[in-house]
Write a protein that binds this ligand. Structure first.
Ligand code: ADP
Ligand code: MG
Length: 659
């Protein structure tokens, strides 16, 4: 059901943020910094930029920039605002996220991720094209948002004419105000409805299972018209399992009740997943209004906590977990970990049930665990992630004294030092902590430090064409498709692309064969490859070529000298290396801990496992698995790596293994 432009205008005028414009505009006019607080769904994100635009804020071709911590939100909200303003996306209203720019010279309202604005400060330190920046969702305390706030502290004194608006849920608002010299806070009046909170009596074993039971129960026991269901899960995998299980369970129930044979025959329900890797057209479906005889179940990551508002939710089911990026000092790397949420998250999640009427939130954890075990607030990202890229960026902005940078909350010294060490090890900074010319080139790429280095070294080694492809392929979600029931076929198809002893070269091989098959989607389908991922890699490759051209980094091909390609990979990943210590057993050279090849690796199950390998990332489950692995010459490791290895612990491990 497509609403008319008239309906859209009417709906927008009911939003609390729109109604408050009479007080908001003068407050923003009269203050350089303002903190705006409002309930989720009150219209902060969609209305504030429009209100300012309508009040004439974009005079002299300047723009309003709005940052979002999440890519999905930046895209989705830009589309919504373009619709409300009745203009094609990419013109007056646009968005920019990493590797994707939907803006033009006419763009006056620009949504972007906080990471994009941070990169823009590299090219234009005074952000001259903006006269107003809205830092949205600041309460989320994403790393890039925190860094931006620190940068603004300085910038505001140099750009007296720029306005900074920070929007936040209630939590942290006072902290932002204090950080900017007691900037005024404005709370958008709005109302929410009471939400009844129901805990489980005892801890649940399997939150996916429990969520499925709860959803099926609600659907069967309540009127469809009473409201929709929103389920919070941690990520793509458990979201997909949840959706599938609900479908299976409902099909069983309806088969008994009125003899339906498949889920598609059930006529009163639709189920929608939402997570960041979901293609945009599928993401957009969660906003579609269904007709009244149908109920919607949305299964979401914490994207639906505050970033996206889905109307009509009456029941929330909260798994109690989310995926968090956590820096693990032991392995010196970030990893995504499924972690219990904080109380603040739990309250945000419950709140989603009370937007249009009284609601019910089912928490899949006990009241005791909420009161005794949960953190009150999530630890800000800056205190739990690797800071290499942030430091590289600050140093490129000539901010050398990282320790005294005005952080809202200081990162732990240990993390700062570990990140500085990694940059020094990669050759991005010298012994005095100054940016080297390599480091300065690295900072130009929107990539993690090791990948930027690989590209630059590859260019010197005359194989940047090959590494560009590999880096692009590493930057997309899953390339190989492994549909249920056809796993054997899929594994065979994958095996046909294997390049001995290298997952990186396997990715290169996939891309090159796709290219020789004219980038065909049918070919992908036939070969169990995910066309969407390959197309995205292709686009990323194009964007990276642009960065290389702009920085005079030559594009050259090695022909078929694979050794030089492996050596280039090793130059950026020598700190993520392992050596074999027995039949198929590896020891991590950095930590002295056991690691294994992931079963999907091209190196898995080889008769004679390579003695030395580097890996792109570690997957931590009950074991530590190396993913995207390439065999390397041990001499290269000596050349690029020894300073960082914990040789004593490796020896110890080997001795333990042999006894
Ligand atoms: P806030 O930023 O204060 O949380 P938003 O500006 O995101 O609020 O949303 C305001 C209203 O606009 C909500 O009722 C929401 O449902 C609606 N809305 C936002 N995006 C869309 C969309 N893509 N399609 C339909 N409605 C939307
Ligand atoms: Mg918002």
């Amino acid at each position: 059901l497509q609403p008319s432009q008239e309906d859209i205008q009417k709906q927008r005028q009911t939003l609390p943020a729109y109604k408050a414009r009479g007080s908001l505009i003068p407050m923003i006019m009269n203050n350089q910094v303002a903190i705006i607080i409002g309930e989720t769904g009150s219209g902060k994100t969609t209305q504030l930029p429009q209100i300012l635009y309508e009040a004439g804020f974009c005079h002299d071709n300047t723009s309003i920039g709005i940052t979002q911590p999440r890519r999905v939100a930046a895209m989705s909200v830009a589309k919504r605002v373009a619709t409300e303003m009745n203009t094609p996306l990419g013109q007056k209203v646009g968005y920019s996220i990493r590797f994707e720019d939907q803006t033009s010279a006419e763009t006056r309202i620009k949504f972007m991720t906080d990471g994009i604005l941070l990169r823009e400060t590299l090219l234009d330190p005074l952000l001259l094209k903006y006269n107003c920046i809205i830092i949205d969702e600041a309460h989320e305390r994403s790393l890039n948002t925190d860094v931006l706030l620190g940068i603004f502290k300085n910038l505001l004194t140099k750009r007296k004419d720029i306005k900074l608006i920070i929007t936040s849920a209630t939590m942290n608002a006072a902290k932002f105000s204090k950080f900017f010299g007691n900037a005024p806070q404005f709370t958008i009046p709005g109302r929410t409805f009471p939400v009844q909170i129901i805990y489980t009596k005892s801890p649940v074993d399997d939150y996916v299972d429990s969520a499925v039971n709860e959803a099926v129960r609600i659907h069967m026991q309540t009127e469809v018209t009473s409201g929709d269901i929103l389920i919070f899960m941690t990520g793509q995998e458990d979201i997909e399992t949840t959706c599938e299980s609900i479908k299976d369970r409902l099909t069983e129930v309806y088969a008994k009740k009125n003899g339906v044979g498949s889920f598609d025959e059930i006529d009163d329900i639709e189920i929608f997943p939402i997570y960041s890797a979901l293609p945009p057209e599928l993401q957009a479906r969660i906003f579609h209004k269904l007709d009244h005889s149908k109920r919607k179940i949305v299964v979401a990551t914490n994207i639906a906590e505050t970033s996206l508002t889905i109307d009509g939710i009456k029941y929330v089911i909260d798994s109690g977990y989310s995926k968090l990026k956590v820096f693990n000092p032991r392995i010196g790397l970030d990893s995504l970990m499924i972690t219990p949420i904080s109380l603040a998250n739990a309250n945000q999640r419950s709140g989603r049930a009370g937007r249009t009427g009284p609601g019910i939130a089912y928490r899949l954890f006990t009241q005791e665990s909420a009161e005794e075990d949960m953190y009150v607030q999530t630890i800000p990202e800056i205190q739990r992630t690797n800071l290499s890229n942030t430091i590289l960026l600050l140093k490129s902005l000539d901010i050398n004294d990282i320790v005294h940078f005005p952080f809202l909350d200081k990162p732990p010294l240990q993390t700062l030092l570990a990140s500085l060490y990694e940059l020094w090890f990669l050759g991005a900074i010298d012994n005095f902590g100054n940016l080297t010319s390599l480091g300065s080139q690295m900072s130009k790429f929107p990539l993690q430090a090791s990948l930027s280095k690989v590209l630059i070294v590859a260019s010197q080694n005359k194989c940047s064409e090959e590494l560009l492809t590999i880096v692009s392929m590493l930057s997309v979600p899953q390339v190989f498709n492994r549909p249920k029931e056809r796993e054997k076929e899929a594994d065979q198809a994958r095996g046909r692309f294997f390049v001995p002893r290298s997952d990186h070269l396997t990715l290169l091989n996939v891309y090159n064969q796709w290219k020789s098959n004219k980038f065909s989607s049918q070919w992908c389908e036939k070969n169990f490859l995910i066309y969407r991922s390959l197309a995205r890699a292709h686009e990323i490759r194009r964007q990276l070529i642009k960065v290389m051209r702009e920085n005079d980094i030559p594009l050259v091909s090695s022909g078929s000298d694979w050794n030089i390609v492996r050596r280039s990979i090793c130059s950026g990943f020598a700190h993520q290396a392992a050596k074999v210590t027995g039949l198929r057993k590896y020891v991590n050279l950095r930590t002295g801990m056991a690691v294994e090849l992931h079963p999907t690796s091209a190196l898995y199950g080889l008769g004679d496992p390579p003695t030395s390998v580097v890996y792109h990332e570690l997957l931590m489950t009950s074991k530590e698995y190396m993913c995207f692995v390439t065999a390397v010459d041990p001499f290269w490791l000596m050349e690029f790596g020894p300073l960082i290895y914990d040789i004593k612990r490796v020896k110890q491990y080997e001795d333990d293994c042999s006894t």
